[in-house]
Structures are given as C-alpha cells and as structure tokens.
Write a protein that binds this ligand. Structure first.
Ligand code: ADP
Ligand code: GLC
Length: 488
C-alpha cells in the first residue's frame, strides 16, 4: 500500500497545533507497519530558515497553473525513514518575517485559497514525476481538501490516477476554507461546481465541502466527534452533508508519539520519572514554579497547568470565568498559550491580580509545554468542542490528571475517576460554563490531595496506552477496504 499524505503542517518542521503532531506520528506508525508513505507539505519560509539539509527530488517539472507554465520543484528530507517532501513556490509559501503559516496577527493571508489549492494541485503533479505511485491520497483538513476534488473533477480523464483512492480527514470542522466564488476558475476547477450539491456553501466556495464530497472515505479524529459533527450543534452547517456521507464516515482517535512524549526520556524536563518510579515528578513541580516565578507556598498545594491555542474553541473564557474560584482554593496555575489578543489580555490581567498564584507565558514553546505537562498535578481543558485533543493524552502520559469538558475526543479518552473503585483517569464536566468547570476542578483537587486517590489517579493515567499502534492499524484497514469490492 502506497500512501501520499498531504498536510499543511508537519512537526517538527512547522506546527501550530495537533495536526502537525498527527502528520508526523501517523505516517511514521504506518511506515513502521510496512506501508510505503510519502508526506507532502509546503516549503514555508520557516522551514527553509531552520536550514534542514534537503535534497531536490523534482527539478522544475512543467506544471500548468493560472494560464502559465510553472516549474515545479520538490525537496525531501533525507534524514527521515520515509520521504517527507516539500512543495516549493516562493510566492505562496515564503512570507515576511514574523508571519505565521496561515496569516499575520492582523488576519489570514488573502490568498490562502490559492495557496493551498496550489499545494494540492502541485502534489498531484509531483506524483506523476516522482517514483512513488500512490494508491491512496490521504488529505488532511481544508488546506488539503481540494486534492480529492482535483482527482475526481479536474484530473478526470487523466488515466494516471485511475486506480487512486482518496481519504479525507477532518481534524477541525470549524475551519472550513471559505472563499469567493471566483476562486474556482482561478485554481482550475470547473464553474459548475458552484452549486449547493457541490462546493457552494451560503454563497461561497467551501474547500471543506469538497473534501467531504469527493473523497472515497472521510474520517475524523475520534468516535464521539464523528457522531457530534452529524448534529446541528457541532456540524457548522455541514451536518446534513455529513449525515448523507455517514456510510463512508468513521472516527479514528489520534494517538501520541510514545517516543517523543515520554517523561522517562524527555530531555526538556527537570528529572525523569515513570509510572513505576514517579519520584522525579517532585523536581519537575519545583522547576515549574521556578520557570513561572511562582513562590513556594507554605503548605504544598497542587499546580494546575494549561497549554493551548488561545481560541474560542478551547474555552479559555470559561477558564477565566472560573479563575477567581480556583485561586480561592489556594492552588497555583500556569498557562502557556498564544492566539486571540482579547484572551491574552484577560490572562495578563489575571496574572497581575494574583501574582503568587497565576503564571502566564505567551508564545509557542515546546520545551516549556513539556515542563508544564511534567510539573503540573492537574491539566485543564475546558474546550467548547474538541475533535480529538492531544494535550489530555500527553498530560496523562506525564502523570498530570486532566480536568476536561466531556466533548469529542476528550470524552472518549478520559475515564471519569471513581473513588470507590479507584478506577479512572480524570475529571469531566458537561455544561460549558465556569460553574460546572469550577465544580470539576474542586473534585479533582479534593482527590489529588488525598494520597491514596492521588497515587491511583497518577498510576491509572500513566498506564493508559495512547500509542499510534491501534489507530494506525485502523487506518490501514480503511485504506485496504477501499480496494476490496463491497458486497452489495
Ligand atoms: P489543537 O490542534 O486544537 O490546537 P491538540 O490538543 O490536538 O489541539 O494539539 C495541540 C498541540 O500543540 C499539542 O502538542 C500541544 O502541546 C501543542 N501546543 C499548543 N499550544 C502550545 C504552545 N503555546 N506552546 C507549545 N506547544 C503548544
Ligand atoms: C485539531 C483539533 C484537535 C485535534 C487535532 C489533531 O486541531 O482541534 O482536537 O487533536 O486537530 O487531529
């Protein structure tokens, strides 16, 4: 089985969230199981600046784009066990310093539609020139969603892709890739697709819709989210379409890369520890207080951590609403995040108000995130919705007990703690409001402060298997199923 895996972000090259982790770890797990995988991502300026030692695998192959003939150049990282390929196109992927992958602090790049349409089209063109005949095109999120559309709608008649099947994975339905109707013509897709039955969505063109409509199989990143997105509450206007595709829609939960997220071998943390020997966690707690300049309290109290994109999805406003109540419990909180400036202002104000209790750092900092996972006792995830969520799984692997909203993948991966049997791995709440969240935080703290419950919680959380072994096997079965004739 040969799989071309398309993603707009892949760790460690470029990352804004969990998609990058998945795009690194899932292909690696598939390759370990014997599949042939090639990963494709744009050659962003940040990737070039990091100076990896790339080799040219395609040199200026002719490609028709917007009435011109471009030279398509593709690079690959020779240090990875399977090819990670970078699509070069300076005008789309090299932007001014300080810009992100998708925009600047003042908003999205105005040509995002064209940028990622080009990415999809270029990968298909590259596949014709590279010695890699893909059986499966696996496209992720709206940025790669046009690949199935090009396969079916524009490359139709191109016998090169006759046998190729496509899989589209929704990591977050809220980000849909909506653009003006003229985008179709400018990226070489037929204007007839601007119909409600095709890519039209309330007067715009939806890339997300293309992925859902034209892929042979659609997946999302947890079982519960695969059901949620078929309801108006979580469907972002696409629930009807998703219900109509229910026969090809499955939920496969994400894993975490057990090699990378392991407190026994993580060099970023103050001391190694494991489920069998958790003593090192104490040094990590001290290190975390020091990192955020928080004083050591007279009585040892729990430290609560939060690492997140600062976005509406993540319920940071719910956290801010509950903050005073949490501080009143005498615990300390540390927050690392970046994103919405209003939420940043709220967090800054909280730090100023409670300087001995609240530590806040803005920015994207992998090493500091690791110190928070390792040094915190509880990990807070008050998300409004969460397709899968990786942070709760990472937190559990580092013995930090999650307190999370019972939604999407959070609900699937966290087992509610039951003190009578000492089973379970965390604490969940249903209603997305500060009162319900505060109540869950109180329950968590009560148990984390009771030594036998604390021991059981940490051991249970750290013993969970969130590796990619099972999810990767599920993807493989899905890929294979696309080539097995269905029995009617
Ligand atoms: P999402 O993709 O919705 O942001 P996930 O839970 O799937 O959420 O993945 C988030 C990933 O990004 C995790 O690996 C987490 O550690 C990381 N992360 C999020 N914010 C930061 C940050 N400010 N600094 C470092 N890592 C972060
Ligand atoms: C998205 C979701 C997150 C998920 C990640 C990787 O960013 O918000 O829940 O874990 O994708 O699939």
């Amino acid at each position: 089985m040969k799989i071309a895996f398309l993603s707009s972000e892949v760790a460690p090259y470029a990352k804004t969230g969990g998609l990058a982790d998945v795009s690194q770890a899932l292909p690696a797990a598939l390759a370990r199981n014997g599949a042939k995988v090639a990963v494709f991502m744009p050659l962003y300026g940040v990737v070039k600046d990091a100076g990896p030692n790339l080799i040219k695998v395609l040199d200026g192959q002719a490609m028709a784009w917007q009435g011109e003939t471009l030279g398509l150049t593709v690079w690959a990282d020779p240090s990875t066990p399977y090819p990670v390929c970078f699509i070069e196109q300076a005008r789309y992927f090299e932007r001014s310093e300080g810009a992100g992958l998708y925009g600047t602090p003042s908003g999205d790049f105005p040509d995002n539609g064209e940028r990622f349409a080009f990415f999809c089209r270029a990968v298909l063109e590259a596949l014709k020139g590279l010695p890699f005949e893909a059986d499966i095109i696996h496209a992720n999120d709206w940025q790669a969603a046009l690949a199935p559309a090009y396969l079916r709608q524009a490359c139709g008649g191109d016998s090169f892709f006759d046998r190729t099947k496509s899989v589209f994975t929704i990591h977050n339905l809220a980000y849909q890739g909506l653009f003006r109707p003229e985008i179709l013509a400018s990226v070489g897709l037929p204007g007839r697709l601007f119909r409600m039955e095709d890519m039209e969505f309330w007067g715009q063109v939806s890339f997300m819709k293309a992925g859902i409509l034209y892929a042979d199989a659609v997946t999302t990143v947890s079982r519960r989210y695969s059901r949620e997105i078929q309801t108006p509450e979580y469907g972002w206007g696409l629930d009807g379409l998703l219900r109509s595709r229910a026969d090809v829609l499955t939920g496969i939960r994400n894993g975490i890369d057990a090699g990378s997220w392991n407190p026994a071998s993580d060099h970023a943390i103050a001391a190694p520890f494991s489920a069998a020997d958790p003593a090192g966690k104490e040094a990590c707690r001290r290190d975390l207080r020091a990192a955020f300049g928080l004083p050591s309290p007279r009585r040892e109290t729990p430290i609560l951590g939060l690492v997140s994109r600062l976005a509406e999805q993540k319920g940071i406003d719910i956290f801010l609403g509950a903050l005073e109540g949490i501080v009143a419990l005498g615990v300390q909180l540390v927050v690392l995040g970046t994103g919405d400036s209003g939420l940043e202002a709220g967090l800054r104000a909280a730090r100023e108000r409670f300087p001995s209790f609240v530590g806040v750092r803005f920015g994207f900092d992998d090493a500091l995130a690791r110190r928070i996972y390792a040094g915190s006792d509880c990990f807070l995830i008050p998300s409004r919705y969460e397709p899968c969520g990786l942070t709760q799984m990472i937190a559990m692997a580092y013995g930090s007990v999650p307190v999370a909203r019972a939604t999407g993948g959070l609900d699937d991966t966290i087992q509610a703690y039951d003190a009578s049997t000492r089973t379970g791995t965390g604490f969940k709440f249903q209603t997305p409001d500060p009162a319900a969240f505060l109540d869950a935080v109180k329950r968590a703290i009560r148990h984390i402060e009771s030594p036998p419950d604390r021991t059981a919680l940490i051991k249970n959380a750290m013993s969970e298997d969130f590796s990619w072994r099972e999810p990767a096997a599920e993807y493989e079965a899905l890929y294979r199923g696309l080539f097995t004739p269905r029995v009617q």
